[in-house]
Design a protein around this ligand. Structure first.
Ligand SMILES: NC(=O)c1ccc[n+]([C@@H]2O[C@H](COP(=O)([O-])OP(=O)(O)OC[C@H]3O[C@@H](n4cnc5c(N)ncnc54)[C@H](O)[C@@H]3O)[C@@H](O)[C@H]2O)c1
Length: 412
């Protein structure tokens, strides 16, 4: 099969490679000429796709900035960003741009699938009308479906193949074609009755995480005042074999998805005279967390009779999650900037993040950031760092991820 992928980022590139590895011919389109040049040179910029895997595709994957090369594809998958505007409203700019560009090359018989996370109604109300500017009719001359991506960067236990994939088509035939497409790289398909159901299922998954993270973060702020160890509480609750799902507290919520996607639904709900209270509340609590962390840092320094100003603070891990270099919406950025504003001497070690340009900081070797530090703060606990050893090297350690706490009691 010949498959086109629009948007070669965290979602699009692994998908392109998966189709290529399954023996299909893939052409990837991206507006970022630097990314296209890197891919053409056999270099991957996404952690989950090694450059070796890319090179092994041996001619079955081509990257380009030209949409015209999609004309020969049987299926076109769109995986462009869906960010928020400064007013925290959906920014469909990249999606609409890519839809217009696809419409310009659309051929009768093609299948177009949207994968970008978005509010229910986007595929039918935004994507389809633009594609139909081609003069072709959706569901008649070409097929349209929505299938959300569930990739979790850095995760090894579930892959694209072993993670069930939800698919909703504009018509039954649209859905069947999309099921056939993804059946080539996924073991389990979950067909649903409409693109709207598929769109909302993705938002439900992300809102579920956001709300549960906020719940445990709120408890973490409370237990901090009460003098109770939140990790002990979570460990204990997690021994219940049913009706409880573990979520761990942390410095806040980061990444491209959880701090952003729920607000797509909140925005859409307003059109239906509804306020999505859970979404707003979870967002508020999670946004407070970096401030709570800075208050804890102030206290940890105060215990040593030190002020934040001029104290040497070593931040360990600045990406939004362990094992990846993605710093989008990472709470570490807020923490570093608040501490900088208070006059602290902030340095960081993160083997995955070479620099934080906006903050004027660069990754430094672990030994260098710990030498002379007044306080080390574990913001993101990357693997391969011996955090217990770190604890012995600094006058004070604040562990925001609970990795240095005593091990949970073993089962009797
Ligand atoms: N990253 C994740 O873990 C994840 C997981 C599930 C869903 N999603 C969703 O998938 C979508 C893509 O996310 P991502 O993380 O891959 O983003 P990304 O920023 O890593 O990649 C998107 C790519 O699209 C390109 N692009 C932007 N506008 C374009 C256009 N008009 N034409 C062609 N290319 C264009 C960008 O240059 C970029 O390379 C988003 O809606 C996101 O919410 C992301």
């Amino acid at each position: 099969m010949s498959i086109g992928i629009v948007g070669l980022g965290y979602v699009g590139l692994p998908l392109a490679v998966a189709f290529g590895e399954a023996g299909h011919d893939v052409v990837g389109v991206d507006v970022d000429a630097r990314k296209v040049a890197a891919l053409r040179g056999g270099e991957s910029y996404v952690e989950d796709v090694s450059s070796d895997r890319l090179r092994a595709l041996d001619g079955r994957f081509g990257a380009t900035t030209r949409y015209a090369e999609l004309a020969g594809a049987e299926a076109i998958v769109i995986a462009v960003p869906t960010p928020l505007t400064e007013n925290r409203e959906p920014d469909l700019g990249p999606l609409l741009d890519s839809a217009r560009a696809v419409a310009g090359v659309l051929q009768a018989g093609q299948l177009v699938v949207l994968e970008s996370t978005t509010y229910p109604g986007t595929t039918r109300e935004q994507l389809v009308p633009l594609l139909e500017e081609s003069g072709l009719g959706a569901g008649r001359d070409f097929h349209v479906a929505y299938s959300p991506e569930r990739v979790d960067p850095g995760r090894r236990d579930f892959t694209l193949r072993t993670t069930a994939k939800v698919v909703g088509g504009l018509t039954d035939a649209c859905r069947e074609r999309a099921v056939d497409l993804y059946g080539r790289v996924c073991d389990t398909l979950v067909p649903v009755s409409s693109p709207e159901a598929a769109e909302l299922s993705k938002l439900l998954e992300n809102i579920f995480r956001s709300v549960n993270i906020a719940l445990v973060n709120e408890l973490a702020m409370l237990t901090d005042r009460m003098g109770i160890d939140i990790w002990e509480v979570v460990d204990a609750a997690a021994t219940k074999p049913y009706g409880f799902m573990r979520f761990d507290p942390g410095p806040g919520m980061g990444g491209h998805c959880l701090p952003v996607d729920p607000f797509y639904l909140a925005w859409r709900a307003r059109e239906f005279d509804m306020t999505t209270e859970f979404v707003e509340l979870a967002g508020r609590i999670n946004q407070q967390m970096p401030y709570h962390c800075v208050a804890r840092i102030e206290r940890a320094l105060n215990d040593q009779a030190k002020a934040v100003r001029a104290s040497k603070i070593a931040l360990l891990g600045v990406s939004y999650k362990a094992g990846v270099g993605d710093t989008r919406e990472s709470p570490a950025l807020k923490i570093a900037s608040l501490l900088g504003g208070l006059g602290a001497d902030v340095r960081y070690h993160d083997p995955y993040v070479p620099e934080l340009r906006d903050l004027g900081l660069r990754n430094e070797p672990l030994d260098d950031v710990l030498d002379g530090a007044d306080l080390a703060v574990i913001v993101t606990a990357h693997p391969d760092i011996d955090h217990h050893a770190v604890a012995t090297r600094v006058p004070a350690l604040l562990d925001l991820r609970g990795v240095t706490r005593r091990p949970a009691p073993v089962r009797a």
